[in-house]
Design a protein around this ligand. Structure first.
Ligand SMILES: Cc1cc2nc3c(=O)[nH]c(=O)nc-3n(C[C@H](O)[C@H](O)[C@H](O)COP(=O)(O)O)c2cc1C
Length: 571
């Protein structure tokens, strides 16, 4: 039974203090996957780089009032991609270099790929087509071509102009390092990429809407995956497809009619996926859970979230694009930096979904994730355990499942956030660190978070929601990354945590709710040995990069010898 299989996968991929989830247990550098997918045999089209930073305020990443609609031109599409899925920097240390991207990824392994279905464009002989985005050189790789008539059927269906973007996952990129738990990380990364796309689209006056009625099979047909010759273990799994449209224009469709989907089947798809590794380990439970959580066709649903004022509005002189570009993960925290109570409230408030604000108006589905917060260094707030309810319907249920001794005292001075509660006062730095696989980053920041999802009921209703729960956590993570930067601190996603330690801390004795992702925010310590280079400097003439390291760090920097968790997979 699908449900059982999914729950079984979830259970076996829990990290326990005395047993990590199964992985190779070491890094086999000889089979390290190439972080960049390309489709050999296609003729890449160079996308232009943006030459001016948008003057939109940071707040305009979220709200939609000030962002003037810009045409769906090749240049603007290039800008959307550069700012969401493009490179953000090169890092270099001791003769080795590695690229970072606008979208974060566990272990910097980047399993997420983007594909586009574009209307006829001058830059492609006035044809439309299906393209793969390769961020390494910021190019579109044309995989299939169609004429205007073909496109007009789609435009007529959506009753407006726009285009499609699909996100897919290459599980092997993550399982190479993280083994069986990698499926979870791939879906966190999808959630991060969803939010990245939504924010960047907003700056152009565009909105992305998740086409929630489509099945995984439909997406495969549209992206030509059933006509692609995949290398064993390196297949891309379609996750979701967005329609990108004018922000100010409502979209009443959440699917694509089957006759239009079928017409993609008649296209000729070019390009052979590059080989990522010369050898692989077979993590078959990932293929199983992927298949059990693949999505059937469902009724299209339009989701509405509550509309409410933001706690903090415009931050003067804070550029939205600037914050996107400067976002980084912290490797370590100083154990000192504090944030104010107001900044803390402002950060949390942005994670609450609103109907006409990015990123949640892409409509990931029913809101199912709440935040357990370990407050360590917030001025004006007692240290302790807090809980932010993001969907009011769950409050009684969550309370009932938690330890009876928790206060559930509403934090009254958090305007518009009536659902922030103090559970227990105290110093929880050790508990936070321990719960996050003994990673010091969870205790040395101003606060850290466990994302608690309504689990059993969702999975039992629809096993495909397993992926979606992780997407929601990834979206929250992306907001926290940007909010941290906007408030002069730094965030880091935490995929490595002891699942049941968190559940025990809350008093859960079943899987009605599960912690699916952690996050930490605080004052970062910079590693001054590492130099930073511009994102696309490698494309300039006469530039030679030393050994390109595909992962985050050379080995000696990656493992902190002082860390108690050194025997653990680093995430
Ligand atoms: C889903 C996810 C899980 C992560 N887990 C951890 C973690 O457990 N520990 C850690 O130090 N960093 C973690 N990171 C941070 C990544 O290592 C980081 O995003 C990646 O190296 C890219 O660097 P950047 O975020 O600066 O672009 C995680 C990031 C993501 C997106």
């Amino acid at each position: 039974m699908k449900v059982m299989k999914v729950i079984e996968y979830h259970e076996r991929t829990k990290h326990l203090p005395n047993r990590p989830a199964r992985s190779a247990g070491y890094l086999d550098w000889a089979t390290e996957p190439d972080p960049f997918r390309s489709y050999d045999g296609t003729t890449p089209i160079q996308l232009p780089f943006s030459n001016a930073v948008s003057d939109a305020n940071y707040f305009d990443l979220f709200t939609r009032n000030n962002n003037r609609f810009q045409a769906f031109s090749f240049t603007n599409i290039a800008h959307l991609l550069e700012l969401s899925m493009g490179l953000s920097a090169w890092k270099s240390y001791s003769g080795t270099s590695w690229a970072l991207r606008m979208n974060p990824s566990s272990g910097n392994l980047h399993p997420t790929e983007a594909h586009l279905v574009l209307p006829p464009i001058q830059e492609y002989n006035n044809s439309g087509g299906v393209f793969h985005y390769n961020p390494q050189s910021h190019v579109l790789e044309p995989r299939a071509e169609f004429d205007e008539q073909f496109w007009l059927k789609l435009e007529k269906h959506f009753r407006q102009k726009g285009f499609l973007i699909g996100l897919t996952s290459i599980y092997w990129r993550e399982s190479w390092k993280y083994g069986e738990r990698a499926f979870r990380y791939c879906n966190h990364d999808i959630g991060h990429a969803m939010a990245c796309l939504s924010f960047s689209a907003n700056l152009l006056g565009w909105k992305i809407t998740y086409l929630n009625s489509l099945s995984t099979k439909d997406m495969e047909v549209i992206l030509g995956f059933q006509k692609t010759t995949w290398k064993e273990f390196e297949r891309e799994e379609p996750d979701l497809l967005f329609f990108v449209h004018k922000s100010s224009q409502n979209l009443d469709k959440r699917g694509i009619p089957s006759d239009i989907i079928k017409s993609f089947d008649s296209l000729h798809f070019k390009g052979e996926p590059n080989q990522l590794s010369k050898d692989h380990e077979d993590w078959h439970v990932i293929d199983e859970v992927s298949s059990e959580t693949s999505k059937p066709v469902t009724e299209g649903v339009i989701y509405h979230y509550k509309e409410h004022e933001y706690f903090e509005k415009e931050i003067p002189a804070m550029s939205g694009e600037g914050i996107i570009r400067q976002r980084r993960s912290a490797q370590a925290y100083d154990g000192k930096t504090t944030i104010t109570k107001n900044d803390f409230f402002a950060i949390l408030d942005k994670t609450i979904p609103r109907s006409h604000s990015a990123p949640f108006d892409l409509e990931p589905g029913d809101i199912a994730v709440h935040l357990l917060i370990f407050v360590h260094r917030v001025i004006g707030l007692d240290s302790g355990l807090y809980f932010l309810i993001r969907n009011e319907e769950d409050i009684a249920d969550v309370k009932q499942k938690c330890h009876p001794y928790f206060f559930w005292k509403m934090v009254h001075d958090a305007p518009n956030m009536s659902n922030l509660y103090l559970l227990q006062k105290g110093d929880f730095r050790r508990e936070a660190t321990f719960a996050s696989c003994q990673q010091d980053i969870a205790g040395d920041g101003a606060f850290s978070v466990g994302m608690i999802a309504k689990f059993k009921e969702n999975i039992e209703n629809n096993p495909f929601l397993y992926r979606r729960l992780f997407w929601e956590t990834g979206m929250i993570g992306q907001i926290l990354y940007l909010e941290a930067e906007a408030h002069s601190v730094r965030g880091t996603g935490i995929g490595c945590f002891f699942d049941d330690v968190v559940h025990k801390l809350l008093g859960f004795d079943n899987n009605a709710y599960q912690s699916l992702y952690h996050f930490t925010v605080g004052g970062a310590l910079e590693d001054t040995r590492i130099t930073t280079l511009p994102p696309y400097y490698h494309l300039k003439k006469n530039v030679r990069i030393g050994v390109i390291l595909k992962m985050q760090y050379p080995n000696d920097l990656y493992h902190n010898p002082d860390s108690k968790g050194e025997d653990w997979p680093s995430h």
